[in-house]
Ligand binder design. Structure first.
Ligand SMILES: Cc1cc2nc3c(=O)[nH]c(=O)nc-3n(C[C@H](O)[C@H](O)[C@H](O)COP(=O)(O)O)c2cc1C
Length: 204
């Protein structure tokens, strides 16, 4: 069965621009794939840990040598990787934080990039044949040609790391100037409606 994995990273819930646009995308995607399943991985509710010494010790040693205690360090990583493997399309809804991605999303990435599991020992991505949509919302203006466009590290990093694990079919929906919502110049609904066509195309 076709499956969409929805990864959410904003802690602003009902006020969140990235969650609003992601919900719009999911609605369109499910309409186009009526028999598919949707799995949501909300990073703000996942109690994600940073990579630590037991994790590194387990991830860089052969699984057949692991005691149950050593293997336990990879439990979360194994679950997150299984979710990714089971998905045909992955949508990541995230704000830009300090020109890059929120630490929670980086913690997630550190959990799912594993040599021998998602990247081969010769650095070939092992999650092939998947599609990804990144919905990135930014307070400022990083649209093509804008003075700070090149400061958008988030887009290039996400494309790079998804490609590293084999996901090269990546569509980035960049929703800039969300400050206009926060400052009351426009409503969240009006702002979101501007991305209707782009989100429809991404879901198709
Ligand atoms: C900690 C933090 C850092 C941010 N850094 C940036 C930034 O570097 N550039 C930018 O344009 N907006 C920045 N913003 C604004 C968010 O990217 C923007 O409000 C975004 O729409 C938030 O997404 P959300 O509504 O889904 O949470 C930052 C916001 C926060 C809370």
């Amino acid at each position: 069965m076709t499956r969409l994995l929805v990864i959410e990273a904003s802690p602003r819930f009902e006020h969140s621009t990235s969650r609003t646009l992601t919900a719009q995308f999911v609605e369109k995607w499910t309409r186009l794939h009526p028999n598919a399943s949707v799995l949501t991985r909300d990073l703000t509710r996942s109690n994600l840990q940073f990579v630590d010494l037991p994790w590194i010790g387990a991830a860089f040693t052969p699984p057949e040598t692991h005691s149950p205690e050593v293997a336990a360090a990879l439990t979360t990583s194994d679950i997150l990787i299984e979710e990714l493997k089971s998905a045909d399309h992955i949508v990541i809804g995230t704000p830009m934080y300090n020109f890059s991605i929120p630490a929670l999303l980086k913690a997630y990435i550190d959990q799912i990039v594993r040599v021998g599991v998602t990247v081969s020992t010769t650095y070939e991505g092992m999650l092939k044949g998947k599609q990804a949509t990144v919905i990135l919302t930014t307070g400022g203006d990083f649209s093509p040609g804008a003075p700070f466009a090149s400061a958008n590290v988030a887009s290039s990093y996400l494309r790079q790391i998804l490609g590293f694990v084999g996901i090269t079919d990546v569509n980035i929906v960049l929703a800039v100037k969300t400050l206009t919502v926060d400052q009351g110049e426009t409503t969240l609904a009006d702002f979101a409606s501007r991305f209707d066509a782009e989100l429809s195309a991404a879901a198709a």
